[in-house]
Ligand binder design. Structure first.
Ligand code: ZN
Length: 175
């Protein structure tokens, strides 16, 4: 049975894995701040009832951005969590533009849990662009990111009206 022990283990695992990473914003926040925000949004959207989705939210960038493997996630947190993390992990062997295109293409076919994580991730990223804009991003780059995030989220709608409203607020704050 998945319990709060697994959720606590996921936070610790993510903190260790992302220890040297910082966000791109002017404050260079610890990467972990992004993961706690995404997990809180997902936990709220699921009213605390779907622990596997919250755990996958904590771990959503571990395979893409650190040395962690899906096999390791599966062994520690179970196959359901690993499957969710796999769904939200880009193939880094592909060029960035292709990865972004695939996110738009794949979003409508994603599981509900993966849609919630994508919605929360894009919401947190747009909020970060307002709260701590990356110093080297032009307004044009920021607008491009927002428009792309809207396209990904268009494929996730229906998963959580509450979370979709949080995303829309974050996007509106950038318009
Ligand atoms: Zn993320």
């Amino acid at each position: 049975m998945t319990t709060v022990v697994d959720l606590a283990a996921a936070y610790h695992f993510a903190a260790v894995q992302h220890v040297d990473q910082r966000r791109k914003g002017q404050r260079a926040e610890p990467y972990m701040n992004h993961l706690t925000e995404v997990a809180e949004l997902v936990a709220h959207a699921t009213e605390g009832r779907e622990l596997d989705i919250a755990i996958a939210a904590v771990l959503h960038d571990t395979v893409e951005d650190t040395g962690a493997s899906l096999a390791e996630i599966s062994e520690r947190f179970g196959a359901d969590v690993a499957a969710l993390v796999a769904e939200v992990t880009d193939d880094k062997s592909l060029p960035k533009a292709e990865r972004k295109r695939l996110q738009v293409e794949h979003a409508p076919h994603a599981s509900r849990g993966a849609k919630l994580i994508k919605l929360a991730d894009k919401t947190a990223n747009l909020r970060a662009l307002v709260a701590s804009p990356p110093p080297d991003w032009t307004a044009e780059r920021r607008d491009e990111y927002r428009d792309w995030a809207r396209e990904v989220v268009a494929g996730c709608r229906g998963a959580s009206p509450w979370l979709e409203a949080r995303f829309d607020e974050a996007a509106a704050a950038l318009s």
